[in-house]
Design a protein around this ligand. Structure first.
Ligand code: F6R
Length: 629
């Protein structure tokens, strides 16, 4: 998705903005641009289609010099990826704006401006906002010439926001308000970076870690003005000045570098033992899950829960699917799991005492956020079928201060640290750990042998994951069998079915090989027709109660000449043969097996993508944090 960086400093800001854009590259984008106000009081701009490196080349030819500036990486929504559609957009060469999100009513506004004589340069919705703000600014300016108010950028932005519908985070500067940047957020994240005698805005704190570790996470509807005179001024949605806490970023800046690894994805796969240990830290005591793990009020709420609804997107949705098996088996709670883009438009019937849970790495995914708001809108009302409102809302999330955590009653933070690779890896496995903590906390019987055994297994999990990572070499070899293929099939049963789905998603995302996953028992109801020597079939086969059934499904594949790759526990009696390759995964409590089996599948997709030479960390067409619907 798009990224924003803005800086108001006493030094030249080109380097700060460029570094910020590089740090935002992981979010996925197709063009980049920058504008600064130079010493002559003029806006100077450079934009380029493609990577930030292309913009950097242009800046080498024509550097931008100024102490105030805004910059952007664009992920096309309105209008194709091109230099002319890249941000910043200008109005009359006096105002510059960068914007994330979508302006839904831009067409009538554009017609209105065109009728007023405005000629548009781009196809974007953003340029409409540029001209609207500029027009509002000038009207105030002319009022000033008549003896009225001064040209007030903040007031002009506010007046414009009243007219636009949709989601946005934006940053605006004006040549006639030379030491001010105004930012606003609604539906898209924006943070203020607090420096010493210099301040910044960005859509993601990571973009600014080279200049500060202190951040203010703006809230929905906030408008902020950075200026030399008053520093940082924040105004809430009602226009009143607002105090927002300053947070110190605690993950250090190492997350922004690949270190010894060739790709962020590989680094993040290898971080999993450590980040899972961090996610468990302070949440286990002796043989049970600490009551305080889910925050104040959680226990009283959990005691009343009779059902669970889980809503998420993509990889996070797969984590929810695993949790359904756990919640039903261990806690006896009927559980429904749904993708947010479907849930939010459905007439959901909410049974009595239902807990609503969202899962999200970023905490800013537009559909998941909308689903939470929809769930909350029903919290206190009975629906026409006698359904209730939700008992409460819980977010399991990786980004502190994100919208999802702020708007939920309860939040459990995973401790994966910043995830830069677009393909989610460590965020997924830490979500699974958090969901196991939730499952144990929701059980009516607590402190029993099952809980003790699982808590013990959770403590041992980082070590098991370390051994699973040792499969890297054999998996790299195995990946050669996939690199030339066009399709692949993933099979699993029970909790391993969502892991098969996740394995297939990873493979298609980063290697562009078409991959599908099926519950193994479904094979003969259709997909078996696809199986031949050109269709590699991956099966996840821990030593669980469904193993014997899975083995029969595997025979069905072999009998049709399919090439099988089985990830199995050492205890599983399967001998490698011509069209059957077996990779042993370290043993673990069967309920935690989905976490362990995820790692070899991540490594497989990684190595296939490397062999194919795709852009592993920023696969085509994808964005890290999907803040538009
Ligand atoms: C896949 C992937 C996506 C995200 C999805 C939800 O590797 O990363 O499918 O899982 O866009 O994102 P979050 O978890 O941030 O809500």
């Amino acid at each position: 998705m798009c990224g924003i960086v803005a800086a108001l400093a006493a030094r030249n800001v080109q380097g700060i903005l460029l570094e910020g854009l590089k740090r935002l590259e992981y979010r996925g984008y197709d063009s980049a641009g920058m504008a600064v106000l130079n010493a002559a009081g003029e806006l100077a701009r450079q934009r380029a289609k493609g990577k930030v490196a292309a913009l950097e080349e242009k800046l080498e030819q024509g550097a931008l010099t100024g102490r105030i500036g805004i910059a952007h990486t664009r992920w096309a929504t309105h209008g194709k990826p091109s230099e002319v559609n890249a941000h910043p957009h200008l109005a009359r060469e006096r105002l510059a704006i960068v914007h994330n999100g979508i302006i839904e009513n831009f067409e009538p506004l554009k017609r209105e401006l065109e009728a007023d004589g405005v000629v548009f340069e781009s196809e974007t919705d953003t340029e409409v906002v540029a001209h609207l703000i500029d027009r509002a600014f000038r009207h105030r300016d002319s009022a000033n010439q008549d003896g009225g108010e001064t040209g007030d950028l903040l007031a002009a932005v506010r007046a414009t926001l009243d007219r636009i519908d949709g989601a946005y985070a934006l940053a605006v500067m004006h040549a006639d308000a030379p030491r001010e940047i105004v930012g606003a957020r609604k539906g898209s994240p924006l943070v203020v970076g607090v420096g010493i005698d210099e301040n910044f805005l960005a859509s993601d704190a990571l973009a600014l870690l080279q200049v500060t570790d202190r951040f203010i996470y703006l809230q929905e509807g906030d408008v902020v003005r950075l200026s030399d005179v008053n520093g940082i001024e924040i105004f809430a949605a009602d226009g009143q000045p607002a105090e927002r806490p300053v947070h110190t970023y605690e993950h250090g800046d190492s997350a922004a570098s690949r270190g010894e690894y060739r790709h962020f994805m590989l680094k993040e796969i290898h971080e999993q033992p450590a980040v899972i240990a961090a996610t468990l830290e302070g949440r286990l005591s002796g043989s049970h899950v600490l009551e305080s793990s889910f925050g104040v009020g959680a226990r009283a709420l959990f005691d009343q829960v009779k059902q669970v609804h889980i809503v998420a997107c993509g990889t996070s949705y797969h984590a929810g699917m695993v949790a359904r098996y756990w919640l039903e088996k261990l806690a006896g709670l009927p559980t429904q799991v749904e993708v947010a883009s479907e849930y939010r438009y459905r007439e959901v019937v909410v049974p009595e005492n239902t807990l609503f849970v969202t899962l999200s790495q970023s905490g800013e995914t537009a559909d998941t956020l909308a689903a939470l708001r929809y769930a909350k809108s029903r919290a206190d009302s009975l629906d026409e079928h006698g359904g209730q409102g939700y008992l409460g809302t819980l977010a399991i999330c990786n980004v502190p201060g994100s919208s999802l955590t702020r708007e939920s009653d309860l939040a459990l933070m995973t401790q994966a640290g910043p995830e830069i690779g677009v393909a989610s890896t460590k965020a997924f496995t830490t979500q699974l750990v958090a969901l196991m903590l939730l499952t144990l906390s929701l059980r009516k019987t607590r402190g029993d042998e099952r809980e003790t055994a699982l808590v013990q297994a959770l403590r041992g999990l980082p070590a098991v994951l370390d051994s699973a990572l040792a499969m890297d070499g054999p998996i790299a070899q195995l990946s050669e069998a996939f690199a030339e293929k066009h399709h692949a099939l993933f099979l699993g049963r029970g909790t391993q079915f969502p892991i098969a789905l996740e394995g297939a998603l990873k493979l298609k995302e980063i290697s562009y090989i078409h991959a599908e996953a099926y519950p193994a028992g479904e094979l003969k109801h259709g997909p078996l027709a696809l199986v031949d020597a050109d269709m590699p079939v991956v099966a996840v086969a821990p030593n669980d109660e469904l193993l014997e059934k899975l083995k029969s499904n595997l025979q069905e594949v072999r009998a049709r000449g399919g090439e099988l790759f089985v990830f199995a526990d050492e205890g599983v009696a399967l001998t490698a043969a011509d069209n059957l390759r077996v990779l042993h995964v370290p043993p673990v409590d069967e309920l935690l097996a989905p976490i362990v089996y995820t790692l070899p599948l991540q490594l497989l997709s990684y190595h296939v993508a490397v062999l194919k030479g795709t852009d592993v960390d920023q696969p085509r067409n994808l964005a890290k944090s999907v803040t538009v619907e």
